[in-house]
Design a protein around this ligand. Structure first.
Ligand SMILES: NC(=O)C1=CN([C@@H]2O[C@H](COP(=O)(O)OP(=O)(O)OC[C@H]3O[C@@H](n4cnc5c(N)ncnc54)[C@H](OP(=O)(O)O)[C@@H]3O)[C@@H](O)[C@H]2O)C=CC1
Ligand SMILES: CC(=O)C(=O)O
Ligand SMILES: [Mg+2]
Length: 774
């Protein structure tokens, strides 16, 4: 094994570490698995997948190697390769310890661009050994993403591999970072009205990332003579003793200056890719007007934005972190540049493709933000300016802009082995990916962030709620109020290693002893006194029934939204909510919507929990309420009324009911795509649907499935959930006067957070009077 500079044994050092360890360990160790993409259910499948059938594709590929893209997963498979010599800011921790980072990169590739990854940690510090190992992997992969390999070795490793391999080789820490930096520089210079040819650049850091950034900036017009590098030993000057390889020598200057303080005078751009805190605020005073400060060291930038801002109010500031504006991080680039490269069978990622990525990213920040993209940014639509120089990593347009730009550049420069032929179909495929990825919840979190909405949890003592409450506080998506006994809450928080504490971090409603008890009883009795509940029972329920307590709290305005149902029967919880919170004005019936997010689709189902056999009127109302909810996710609802009858093939009572519901929705003038009654497969395939109903008013695949009965909806939803390994979000209770949701006993803590976020988003939009309307 390699020598490791800084082994870090021992227990978690802080609360985030503890959570990260738990996250990586449960429910299965690690972040990755392998999934089969073909059925293997019978003897015939086995004969096709393996011997003897597998011989046919083998021989085809032997005859024509390019067919590997048609018969294997190679064309969508990238190796994330590291030898662990420069892992994030952790240094040389070795290949084994780097594995969580490489698995992490793999997950980002998959989530943001649907690219499959094998993470390859190689025990090889010597350049030639590493190069030999990676080059020998060419038959397996469509691309190589080198990661966290230290400078200057990384330069030679990449150079040699690019020369030897016929697939893209891309050192992410160099070029991914450089592309984002170049996009930020381009936009900042537009705002400060400066030309790249004229600007003076000073770096802190002269490693993999810094030198690659400078090379790209020079190729875009920056003048080498306007650039000065500094590193841990100060200014990089000609003849300096110590490391002076051919990559660094390009930027070694003839100068008597020896420190950052001596060279920052008049600089337009500070490029920090070194270590936290190295840029002292007083140095900023010397910079040119409207300077750009790229303080990109992770996790602590070279200077914290607030310190920089205090000295230079005219500065534009970027960091590598997500908690400040202008996050310059290579995650904004590597998934999409590989997407474009793989989709055209690129044999390399060349300069033109990198520049295309820079152009696409920079232009995206200057574009007006669409309604859907705005959801990635929270309630405030970003406007191009000093606080928004580059897009957020969650901007759904990134893949749609960068991948095609890169593929076009590959084609134009002759490195596309399989050029895209049908651009409309390609863009359509990328679009569909964006909306079926796990980013579905992102707009909901963005709406609720920093809203300060108070979420009361009836099951405050439940471990899942305690974990969820901590996440909510960290993610700033609402202020939790927990119904529970303070001593129990304290001891459980301690036991689960959670940091939050009652009183300081969240409010508690103690059912055994709360000063508001009498007021709550009065409030409750006023609601249920004429529903068969006598005063004694009301008093007892306000002590013992935590759903009643939460509902009264929301009804009185002590909380904005409520979450219950982690235990007990749905029917009891909904009775309490009905009685205390009631229905929204104009709503005739409460109903429930469930969301399933799988790798293939995002599907909403209704009514999964409340109305046993909804009437046509009720179904029409469900369609309308569900449509409002789906709009909140930034998704355009496309509804299908499902039946065993396909456009009039049956006269069964339920089929007639669905036809009446369709007519009611259409008559009501609601602007939504809806059709039916139809079979489930016709709903999910426009092609099948058009075969029997060419005039269908529903375009594409339905994403809202409406059922004639609760049984049908609930059974289908659960079967789909298990067979597609989907994430269930819900049930989302529709039609209440204030947001109130009843979870199911199998919910996870992540499910609790998701539902709290949905409730908060609903409260925010209702308050703003801009609840999306169909
Ligand atoms: N935001 C983003 O997307 C990315 C951020 N980074 C960040 O950039 C930094 C460098 O990464 P990378 O280039 O891969 O690493 P390297 O190890 O290749 O380079 C680090 C460079 O920083 C210099 N340096 C270290 N400490 C100091 C200091 N106290 N003062 C001045 N210079 C110093 C080093 O000098 P010497 O060689 O003499 O020690 C070296 O030149 C890390 O903090 C990393 O987190 C990196 C990639 C992407
Ligand atoms: C962001 C990244 O790749 C790094 O810090 O190494
Ligand atoms: Mg890295």
């Amino acid at each position: 094994m390699a020598d490791h500079d800084s082994p870090r044994p021992g227990p978690a050092r802080n609360d985030l570490d503890a959570q990260a360890l738990f996250y990586h360990r449960h429910p299965k160790p690690g972040k990755l698995g392998v999934q089969a993409t073909k059925p293997l259910g019978n003897q015939r499948d086995l004969a096709l997948a393996y011997s003897p059938g597998v011989a046919a594709p083998c021989l085809e590929i032997e005859r024509d190697p390019s067919l590997a893209a048609d018969y294997t997963g190679r064309a969508n498979l990238v190796a994330v390769v590291s030898n662990g010599t420069a892992v994030l800011g952790l240094g040389n921790i070795g290949p084994l310890a780097s594995k969580p980072v490489m698995e992490g990169k793999a997950v980002l590739f998959k989530k943001f661009a649907d690219i499959d990854v094998f993470d390859i940690e190689v025990d090889a510090v010597e350049i030639d050994r590493l190069v030999d190992v990676v080059a020998a992997l060419e038959p397996t992969f469509g691309g190589i993403n080198l990661e966290d390999i230290k400078a200057p070795e990384c330069f030679e490793v990449e150079e040699k591999l690019r020369a030897r391999m016929g697939i893209p080789v891309f050192h992410d820490d160099q070029h991914g970072t450089a592309i984002i930096v170049a996009a930020a520089v381009r936009n900042a210079l537009l705002l400060s009205d400066k030309r790249i040819e004229d600007v003076r650049i000073v770096t802190s850091g002269a490693g993999a990332a810094a030198l690659a950034c400078l090379n790209l900036l020079v190729s875009l017009g920056a003048k080498p003579e306007n650039i000065t590098c500094t590193d841990i030993d100060g200014v990089v000057y000609e003849g300096r003793p110590g490391r002076m390889d051919r990559w660094l020598a390009v930027y070694a200057r003839k100068t008597e200056a020896r420190s950052l303080a001596e060279v920052i005078d008049g600089a337009d751009i500070f490029l920090g890719l070194s270590a936290g805190g190295v840029l002292k605020p007083e140095l900023l005073e010397k910079m040119a007007p409207r300077p750009l400060i790229l303080a990109l060291a992770n996790p602590t930038p070279e200077i914290m934005p607030e310190l920089a801002r205090a000295v230079r109010s005219d500065a534009m500031i970027c960091t590598g972190r997500s908690d400040f504006p202008n996050q310059v991080n290579n995650v904004l680039c590597f998934p999409y540049i590989f997407r474009g490269a793989l989709d055209c069978g690129a044999t390399a990622i060349n300069e033109a493709m990198k520049v295309a990525a820079v152009d696409a990213i920079a232009a995206l920040a200057r574009e007006e933000v669409s309604e859907v993209a705005a959801k990635a940014y929270g309630s405030e639509t970003p406007i191009f300016g000093p606080e928004y120089l580059i897009p957020s990593p969650f901007d759904p347009r990134l893949i749609l802009k960068i991948a095609p730009a890169v593929a076009r550049a590959a084609e134009a420069t002759g490195v596309a082995a399989r050029p895209v032929t049908d651009w409309d179909a390609y863009l359509d495929r990328l679009n569909r990916f964006v909306f079926r990825s796990g980013l579905v919840m992102k707009p909901i979190f963005a709406i609720g962030r920093d809203s300060g909405k108070r979420v009361i949890f009836a099951d405050g003592e439940d471990e899942r709620v305690l974990r969820a409450a901590q996440v909510m506080l960290e993610e700033r998506i609402g202020v939790p109020i927990l119904v529970g006994r303070p001593s129990v809450l304290e001891s459980r928080l301690e036991r689960f290693g959670l940091r939050i504490r009652p009183g300081t971090d969240f409010e508690v409603v103690n059912p055994e002893d709360d000063p508001r008890y009498r007021d709550y009883v009065d409030h409750y009795f006023a609601k249920v006194g004429r529903l068969g509940v006598n005063p004694d029972t009301a008093r007892a329920l306000v002590r013992t029934n935590t759903t009643v307590i939460a509902a009264v709290s929301v009804s009185r305005g002590d909380a904005d939204v409520m979450i219950c149902g982690l235990g007990g029967r749905f029917s009891r919880h909904i009775r309490d909510i009905r009685q205390v919170i009631g229905k929204a004005p104009g709503v005739r019936n409460l109903s429930a919507l469930s969301l399933l997010i799988s790798s293939e689709r995002t599907l909403f189902f209704a009514d999964t929990y409340v109305q046993e056999s909804p009437s046509a009127e009720c179904l029409a109302e469900i369609a309308k309420l569900a449509s409002v909810e789906i709009h909140r996710f930034g998704i355009k609802p496309r509804a299908a009324l499902l039946s065993s009858s396909n456009f009039g093939t049956s006269d069964m009572e339920d089929a007639g009911k669905l036809r009446r519901a369709l007519a009611l929705v259409q008559e009501s003038g609601i602007d939504m795509e809806i059709d039916g009654e139809m079979h489930g497969d016709a709903a999910l395939s426009e092609e099948l649907r058009r075969r029997v109903m060419p005039e269908t008013s529903l375009k594409g695949d339905a994403n809202l499935l409406l059922f004639p009965t609760l049984d049908a909806a609930n059974i289908t939803m659960n079967v789909v959930k298990v067979t597609t390994d989907a994430l269930h979000v819900g049930p989302i209770l529709l039609g209440t006067a204030r947001p109130a949701h009843i979870l199911t006993p199998s919910v996870t803590s992540r499910g609790v957070v998701n539902m709290a976020a949905i409730a908060v988003a609903e409260a925010v939009q209702k308050e703003e009077g801009r609840s999306p309307t169909p």
